[in-house]
Ligand binder design. Structure first.
Ligand code: IVH
Length: 738
């Protein structure tokens, strides 16, 4: 790390000018990375430090303030692709407080400003600072007409269609008394649960990796196709407003309460406070709750409560004077990187994991850290730009670890001063550590760039990929073989009893071996328990008896899945980029496994796969390319042949019978469904020939509403669309629940 910087007022003019130039460059680059590419390269704390330093130098050398000074500018100009929206009132940034003293100073400034007003009591609000993306929602006569991102604060992007898919954003305000025109402002964010689910879905389909909820939320908002945004289940908290024809209420607090009455979600952790002590108390309380909120927050925002005082105190460039964000300290700690292990995933990605000397960061002991990929270790990002000031990561390095709110620890910097003299650059393996096959970096056809991830080319001869593929094959969303969890797969695989999916169905021919393997594990587990508890075993029934029963159950569970639904079967094969939704589309299009294979092989043999493969809404070049690769590989032919000797996928029947009450209709499910999962509901409707939409519009024919249905139900009623409950749905489609 660098030495402590020279205090701003001790710099020579030359040094100051040079540093201002460097800071302007670094801040601009960070803005582009954060706002435009959704891929921050430095931490928020580092970014804030740059801006603070810049402001200090500008204050000491006002003559040297640059034309392109970052002070007063926030964010970066909008990305191409969406229409631009000029905010009627700019979307501001917030001044920051890092210490309690900064908060005391903020309030003192206020007192001084209003000092002539004797006896005036300034009240404040305190609420969480949500780490998402701000959005501005324009309502005219209570109707949501336009929604925009912040952009550079003055001009943002029109993302109305995407914002409309967010359940927390009412299309029509509830209640009454809203101003004729009002821009509601707030934060769009993604919960940890949603983020984890998306990551898992993407990993299952061999899709992209997602770094953290904030960037994922940003990416989700910038989708060209609103149904993708809809599938991300984003959330929204309302906390401010821009242009309005009338104040919602005389105070900040009451205004936000009004938002709640109008149908928005507002932070339940917002309070009104009268003193520094009360503000700090709320800060502490929110900090304590931080880890259990289920979404990222990075501080507490204090705002002057009285709107007339807000107006009197006013603004400095880009920031209100009457508000401040009290940031949580970054949770960082330094430790030594001892080892780099390479893990091989189902799709063959070589994932480097750093093993650390245990260190506590934000109350959690961290021993592993993801090193992402080869480039990341070398100190460059996916566009070839340096990260961490270009420092590579070496075994033996002292590294600074940060646990952002998103729980996944990251390396934020390398302490080069502490690098051992004999540390050498890490050589990323070019062969798979599990099977020895070459590990290569593919060309991404879309971008023309090398994939940042290196992949083992061994496919199913690679034990790591084979075992992951088997785990996926039997998993719930795929073939759903009960009793054959990851643990049993590992066991039978390691014992050499199963290699590919077909072997699962012939396992019963190896009953004696299977029984032995299970018995051995049981013995081992019992031994471990004895060691742990010190209690001797009670031998109720012989282990052998029980295994016998267990195995029979397992074999019948396997047999029960010999006629899987075609979409599950396709998904279970674990073809890259073919997740459950894509698998369902393929099944629906081709109807039978034979037809799907025939077209797949034809596509693989074609010079231009896209010319051969039928155009299917929702399936693009990446998926077609992945299918061509899959069917172009002879080894997969063998695997499929063997498997189809064991299982017969059911033809995908679209029962668009004349009497299907919902065929051809557009259906929206909303609220909590109690008798079926969302995906079951969708699949059932689609099987019956209906189209399932994520939001209610004039095109909607039918809304199925469960308890807790909110804005969609309201809209449906407003539009006069038929609304039924779950029982009525089952009655209508002539099926029984469950
Ligand atoms: S108020 C006039 N309240 O922080 C004040 N902002 O650094 C406008 N943010 O762009 C903002 N939670 O994206 C406000 N409770 C909250 C917030 C919040 C998160 C974000 C927002 C804003 C940024 C300012």
């Amino acid at each position: 790390m660098t030495n402590a910087p020279i205090p701003a007022d001790k710099l020579t003019a030359e040094q100051a000018a040079a540093e201002l130039e460097r800071l302007a460059r670094e801040i601009a680059a960070a803005d582009v990375a954060y706002h435009q590419n959704d891929a921050p390269e430095i931490t928020d704390a580092e970014y804030d430090a740059l801006r603070v330093r810049n402001a200090e130098i500008e204050q000491a050398f006002p003559d040297l303030v640059r034309a392109d000074s970052p002070t007063g500018s926030v964010g970066a100009p909008p990305a191409e692709g969406f229409a631009k929206v000029r905010h009627a009132v700019p979307m501001l940034s917030l001044a920051k407080a890092y210490t309690d003293q900064d908060v005391v100073d903020f309030i003192e400034r206020g007192r001084r400003f209003f000092q002539r007003d004797e006896g005036l009591e300034i009240a404040f609000t305190a609420e969480p600072k949500i780490d998402g993306l701000s959005a501005s929602l324009r309502y005219e006569s209570g109707v949501f007409v336009q929604g925009a991102t912040r952009g550079d604060g003055t001009v943002g992007e029109d993302i109305t269609a995407n914002l409309k898919t967010i359940a927390d954003i009412p299309h029509r305000l509830k209640g009454s008394g809203w101003p004729e025109v009002i821009e509601i402002r707030g934060e769009v964010y993604m919960t940890y649960a949603e983020f984890a689910a998306l990551k898992a879905r993407s990993a299952a389909a061999g899709g992209q990796d997602y770094v953290n909820p904030r960037n994922t939320a940003a990416g989700s908002l910038r989708q060209k196709d609103p149904s993708v945004t809809a599938s991300r289940n984003l959330k929204f908290f309302a906390y401010a407003w821009g242009y309005t024809t009338a104040d919602p209420a005389p105070t900040q607090y009451d205004s936000v309460q009004k938002f709640a009455e109008w149908g928005f979600r507002v932070s339940p952790l917002m309070v009104r406070a009268k003193s520094v002590d009360e503000l700090i108390a709320q800060y502490k309380l929110i900090e304590e709750q931080r880890s259990s909120l289920g979404y990222d927050i990075d501080g507490v925002v204090y705002k002057v409560d009285q709107l007339d005082l807000q107006r009197r105190w006013g603004f400095v460039t880009g920031e209100p004077r009457w508000a401040i964000a009290h940031k949580f300290p970054a949770e960082q700690a330094s430790t030594v990187l001892r080892q780099i292990d390479i893990q091989v995933g189902r799709t063959g990605t070589l994932a480097p994991v750093g093993r650390l000397d245990p260190v506590t960061v934000g109350g959690v002991t961290v021993v592993n850290v993801t090193l992402h990929n080869e480039d990341y270790i070398a100190g460059i990002d996916s566009t070839g730009q340096p990260i961490r000031n270009g420092a590579d990561i070496r075994i033996g390095d002292t590294v600074v670890i940060q646990r952002a709110g998103d729980v996944i620890p990251q390396i934020v910097s390398v302490v080069l001063e502490k690098r051992p003299a004999d540390a050498v650059p890490y050589q990323f393996p070019h062969t798979c550590p599990v099977c020895g096959s070459p590990a290569t970096r593919e060309m991404n056809e879309k971008t023309g760039k090398e994939d940042s991830r290196r992949r083992c080319t061994g496919e199913l001869i690679c034990a790591a990929q084979a075992v992951e593929a088997l785990r996926h094959f039997v998993s719930r969303g795929a073939m759903d073989i009960e009793g054959m969890g990851a643990e049993n797969i590992d066991l039978f695989f390691n014992a050499g009893l199963i290699r590919t999916a077909a072997d699962i169905f012939t396992l019963k021919d190896k009953r004696a071996e299977a029984q032995r393997v299970l018995a051995e594990r049981r013995e081992e587990q019992a031994r471990q328990r004895e060691l742990a508890t010190g209690k001797a075993r009670k031998n109720v029934r012989s282990a052998e008896d029980r295994n016998f029963e267990g195995l029979d159950k397992l074999f019948s569970a396997i047999d029960a899945r010999r006629e899987p639904e075609l979409d599950r079967f396709i998904f279970a094969l674990g073809i890259r980029h073919v997740g459950d939704t894509t698998a369902a589309l393929l099944a629906r299009t081709f109807g039978t496994v034979e037809e799907w294979i025939r077209v797949g092989k034809e596509t693989a043999a074609a010079e231009d796969p896209l010319a051969v493969f039928p155009s299917i809404d929702g399936i693009g070049g990446t998926v077609v390319g992945a299918l061509a690769d899959f069917f172009g590989n002879e080894r997969n032919d063998d695997v499929l042949d063997a498997l189809l000797k064991q299982v017969t996928p059911k033809p995908y029947v679209v029962t668009v019978s004349a009497d299907s009450q919902v065929a051809g209709k557009t259906v929206v499910f909303t609220g909590t469904l109690e008798k079926m999962s969302r995906s079951e509901a969708k699949a059932m409707a689609e099987r019956l020939g209906a189209k399932v939409a994520g939001s209610v519009s004039a095109k909607t024919d039918l809304v199925v509403a469960g308890p807790g249905a909110g804005s969609k139900l309201k809209q449906a009623t407003d539009l006069g669309i038929e609304v039924i409950d779950e029982d009525q749905w089952f009655a209508r489609v002539g099926q029984q629940p469950g």
